[in-house]
Every structure is written in C-alpha cells, then in structure tokens.
Write a protein that binds this ligand. Structure first.
Ligand code: HEC
Length: 219
C-alpha cells in the first residue's frame, strides 16, 4: 500500500509545481480567457493577425486551406480575408517580410509564431500584447519582455479603442495563435471523451464476462 501511495504522489508531483515559476516570468500574467470554440473570435483574430502581425511574423506550419476549413471560411474567403488575394490556398501562412530585414531594421529576427502559444502560453501572449507602455521620454517598452525589439504595432487600435475593445482585440489574436499552436485540439478533446466512455463500457462488459467465467469455480 505504501508503495502505491508513493507512486501516486510522484505522479501528482508535476501538478503541484508552480508552472509560472518554472517559466520565470517577472510579471503577473493576466488570464486571456480565450475560447477555441468561439469561431467568430478566431476569424477576427486571423484578420487582425494578417493585418498587424504578418508584416513580420509567419505561421509556417499553417496552410491557408487548413485555416479556412477550421474557421469556417471558403478557400476564396480565407485568401481575401488573410492574404488580400495575393496567395493560393495551398501555400503556408508566411510573413510578407524579406529574410533578414527584421534583423537589419529592428535588431532582431521576428520569430515564427506557429508554436509561440504552446511555448509561452495563451496568458503570456495576451499579457504581452497589453503590456506596452511609454516612459517619460516617450520611448516604448514592454513590461512582459523588457527592451523588446518588437514595436508597439497595436498602438493605433489601442489609442482609438476603449479598454474593453482593446482587451477583445488582444484576446482574439491570442485565440487565433492558440488555435495555430494546436489546430486539432478541439478534435482531440472531443475524441478524448468518446474514448473514455468506450473504455468504461468495455470495463463493465469485461467485468461481467469475468464474473460469468468464474461463476461455477469455487475459490
Ligand atoms: C515590425 C515587425 C513586427 C510586427 C508587425 C509584429 N512583431 Fe512580434 N516580434 C517582432 C520582433 C522583432 C520580435 C522579437 C522581439 C525580441 O526578441 O525582443 C517579436 C516577438 C514577438 C513575440 C514573442 C515575444 C517573446 O516573449 O519572445 C510575440 C508573441 C509576438 N511578437 C507577437 C506579435 C503579434 C501578435 C503581432 C501582431 C499584433 C506582432 N507580433 C507584430 C516584430 C514584429
């Protein structure tokens, strides 16, 4: 019994560890509260991503036709909404920036964002997009990534929006990046329940079968 308890506590150990501490963020992350089932939010996020992020960032593991299928667009719609009619649906979602320009102009490459939400978490991206601030000299910085090479590209939206509207913009972009990080997450979650239900039914059947086998045996 002691052994079983030992093993159980070892298995539970990762759950009790503070993930944020492991990530080493110096600021409190805000909850993104995004919802992958909210297709309207994902569509808004995709359009915002195309207009405000793709000048520098790519989603090199995503293809336009996959985005269309998952977000409920036709092939023509995804190209007009996200690529201004310039790409074909079988192309990957690549940045419009030439190689090396970001490094030359901003001093740093803009990373591919396909897996950024998986790497840093949805809450981090949401917080990062909401953490730009100006110092006394008017210089922009970001509390989540101090001294970042990325300019405050959403400044125009933020200036003309209410805090709630801007929170929604950040949430929609975060939602889209969370989707891009694992496009089949919803299928996985939905399938998971079915598999567990199947295993429970199987368990019941096997239990009844076992009882049937052992019924006439004295033990
Ligand atoms: C003008 C080019 C440019 C645009 C436009 C841009 N970024 Fe960036 N982004 C960068 C650069 C450069 C970096 C690397 C920053 C660094 O390492 O300091 C970066 C880094 C990031 C990171 C990683 C931050 C981290 O902690 O490492 C995220 C997330 C991100 N960008 C999201 C976005 C989103 C979302 C948009 C659109 C709203 C966007 N970016 C638009 C240039 C850009």
């Amino acid at each position: 019994m002691k052994k079983v308890l030992w093993i159980a506590s070892l298995l539970l150990l990762p759950l009790t560890m503070n993930v944020q501490a492991a990530g080493g963020y110096s600021i409190e992350l805000e909850s993104a509260d995004n919802n992958l089932r909210d297709q309207a939010s994902l569509k808004r996020g995709a359009v915002l991503f195309s207009n405000y992020c793709m000048a520098c960032h790519s989603l090199k593991y995503m293809r336009y036709n996959r985005v269309a299928r998952d977000l409920g667009w036709t092939d023509e719609e995804v190209i007009s909404e996200m690529a201004h009619g310039l790409n074909t649906v079988t192309e990957n979602v690549m940045t419009r920036m030439e190689d090396g320009v970001s490094r030359a102009v901003l001093g740093s490459d803009a990373p591919d964002l396909s897996l950024m939400a998986r790497l840093k978490g949805d809450d981090y991206i949401y917080t990062f997009l909401r953490s730009y601030h100006q110092d006394d000299q008017g210089k922009w910085d970001n509390k989540a990534l101090k001294g970042t090479a990325m300019p405050n590209v959403l400044e125009g939206i933020e200036r003309h929006a209410t805090p709630e509207e801007y929170a929604e913009v950040a949430r929609d972009i975060t939602n889209f990046l969370a989707y891009a990080g694992e496009p089949s997450k919803l299928q996985r979650l939905d399938l998971g329940w079915k598999v567990i239900a199947f295993l429970l039914v199987l368990l019941l059947l096997l239990y009844l079968l076992k009882r049937e086998y052992w019924r006439d045996i004295k033990h």
